[in-house]
Ligand binder design. Structure first.
Ligand code: 13P
Length: 341
């Protein structure tokens, strides 16, 4: 393993003004997104949709440091025959790959999940590296509810994340370590804070036990935020302050960067929260985005599967990428959204 090289890639992933496009929806998830805009989820439609984003030159060059791909996409070619991985590289961005194989019920823990995919991971990573991937992603899922999360669920997912991260570094691939505490419940922000703090501490303990070099990872956490069904939603400033405090208590300064997931926040909330954190400043790591829905909801709607809408969809994608790029610098303003609308 060459740690300097891993660190260089990790630094590039969280470079100022840039963040990551999470375009790694599994076939099941992308079908849900396409259903919502009335598009059939065929291999060609999935390709056309993602090619549209990767060809948004301005966004890719200025604001998108890397793209997380799904297995199908990393082997796909654009309509003109160019491999999609080459399109991404030519646009100045780094190709990455989701390597977990989804979740399964965790035995003895009703309603809880464990992420799977470790068994043949070493061999798969070698092939992905040859195909151009320089970073990877694995997502552990933690739900908050009555009796949840259990210690079993938190520790088993932390253990799997660390096993994955060690295998990635051995294959010269930067692991994005993503322990996601879901925001689906009716819990308040302080419950989310406490659970996320626990999850992060367990995760970093496992990374240490499994000898993962922190200079060569990127952390992808949720923010400290109230559940969607909670009657008491926290202000932008409260989310920013509590998230920064939580991270400072859990994430060593050796980690080059933290790239948040959006987790179901509205586009503008996800941007405003990131911006408010960077406005606090004086942070030991770069704070940026690794958004799926918060970057793609607008372009998906604008595209709606019609070739004639590609221009409008690219504008919508470029706008969100630019807004989040500004947020990664703490330079976003709410009226920039209105001007674009
Ligand atoms: P969201 O930003 O839509 O949560 O997706 C990010 C991601 O990669 C989840 O694993």
């Amino acid at each position: 393993m060459n740690l300097d090289e891993l660190n260089k890639v990790a630094q590039a992933m969280v470079a100022p003004g840039k963040g990551i496009l999470a375009a790694d929806e599994s076939s099941g998830t992308i079908k849900k997104r396409f259903d919502a805009i009335g598009v059939e989820s065929t291999e060609d439609n999935r390709r056309d949709y993602r090619e549209m984003m990767f060809r948004t030159a301005e966004a890719m060059k200025n604001n998108i440091s890397g793209v997380i791909l799904y297995d199908e996409t990393i082997w796909q070619k654009a309509k003109d025959g160019t491999p999609l991985v080459e399109l991404i590289k030519k646009a100045g961005s780094i190709p990455g790959i989701k390597v977990d194989e989804g979740t399964q019920p965790l035995p003895n823990c009703p309603g809880e999940l464990i992420t799977v995919g470790l068994d043949k991971l070493a061999g798969r990573l070698t092939k992905y590296y040859e195909q151009g991937a320089r970073f990877a992603k694995w997502r552990g899922v933690i739900d908050i509810g009555p009796g949840k999360p259990s210690y079993t669920c938190v520790s088993a997912n932390a253990h799997a994340l660390a096993r994955y991260a060690a295998l990635c570094q051995q294959a010269q691939i930067v692991p994005i370590v993503e322990p996601e505490v879901l925001m689906d419940g009716d819990h308040n922000i302080d419950t989310c804070y406490q659970v996320t703090e626990w999850v992060l501490k367990e995760t970093f303990q496992q990374l240490y036990y499994q000898k993962v070099a922190l200079e060569g990872i990127v952390l992808k956490p949720n923010m400290a935020i109230a559940g969607k069904k909670s009657a008491k939603q926290a202000s932008v400033q409260e989310v920013a302050e509590k998230t920064v405090r939580m991270l400072k208590n859990c994430v060593p300064g050796a980690v080059p960067g933290i790239a948040f997931l959006s987790g179901g926040q509205s586009d503008e909330d996800a941007t405003a929260h990131l911006d408010a954190m960077n406005k606090i400043g004086n942070l030991p790591w770069h704070l940026t985005f690794s958004y799926g829905r918060a970057l793609q909801a607008a372009p998906q709607k604008a595209w709606s599967g019609k070739a004639g809408n590609v221009g409008a969809a690219q504008s919508a994608f470029a706008h969100r990428a630019k807004m989040n790029g500004l947020a990664s610098l703490g330079q976003w303003k709410a009226d920039l959204e209105k001007k674009a609308a």
